[in-house]
Design a protein around this ligand. Sequence first.
Ligand code: AMP
Length: 285
Amino acid sequence: MEIIRNPHHMQQHAAGLKADGVAIGFAPTMGALHQGHLALLDMLKGKCDLRVMSIFVNPAQFGPQEDYDAYPRQFERDCGMAQAGGCDVLFAPDRESMYPRPFYTDVTVATITEGLCGAARPGHFAGVATVVAKLFNIVMPRVAVFGQKDAQQAIVIKRMVTDLHFPVTLLIAPIVREADGLAMSSRNAYLSDRERAEVALINQGLQRAATLFEHGERTARALISAMHEVYAGARIFTVEYSEIVDTIHVQPVDQLEGPALIAVACRTNETNTRLIDNCLIGGEI
Ligand code: AMP
């Protein structure tokens, strides 16, 4: 596995590969790798000639009071995992090379970034869209993979790729979970033991709603209140939002007629950790 730190070197390397007809597959991450990240590499298998993973904790997508400084960074361990997971090139730039000063450009995706996580994290999705646009220009992938775990992010990137004609095909990887159903996340490392034991409820609430849907319930309000019956058992986390939205406009739906996303965000009380999870019903992103 080759490690490239400099965006210009990465871009030159990618341009050379592209000129030789090599199809690049790309999995962007913020590191602190887990099985959910490795599943992205797996998903690229057979869909490209060379797999590039990036590790970059993107300052632009963190709010001033958020966990940019505390975000887990474990580069040596990540290198071993990426290599074992089949990564050919690891692109790991530093903050200064990605955001040299001055820096005045933002990619803003409207409307679909206003609800869910966008409401609680102003500027977050502009930070995400901007860095992904930069990474696409640097890595020049023919195919890129994003996780359903961050469903709104996947929808936003999909919209950006379509609206701005990025020449890349997107794949969405299913959510990889721990044995008790907790969605894997680099932020799970923040959790106290008591929190870790309880946050399995997050997915249980989603599953309760999904089961009701399978039994024919189509009213969003009924599905959400079923989730809240499960979350009523929570002692050390609070629900920030729980909503059912369509997968194109990310707007709340009353009746589930087409593909819908049941999305939830929670915050734990002891370590103030924000966790998100979701369940797609009736379709895909
Ligand atoms: P992150 O490093 O958290 O920014 O995530 C990088 C990519 O991995 C994003 O596309 C995430 O959606 C995806 N990802 C993170 N956790 C999971 C998971 N548990 N299952 C599937 N994909 C994931």
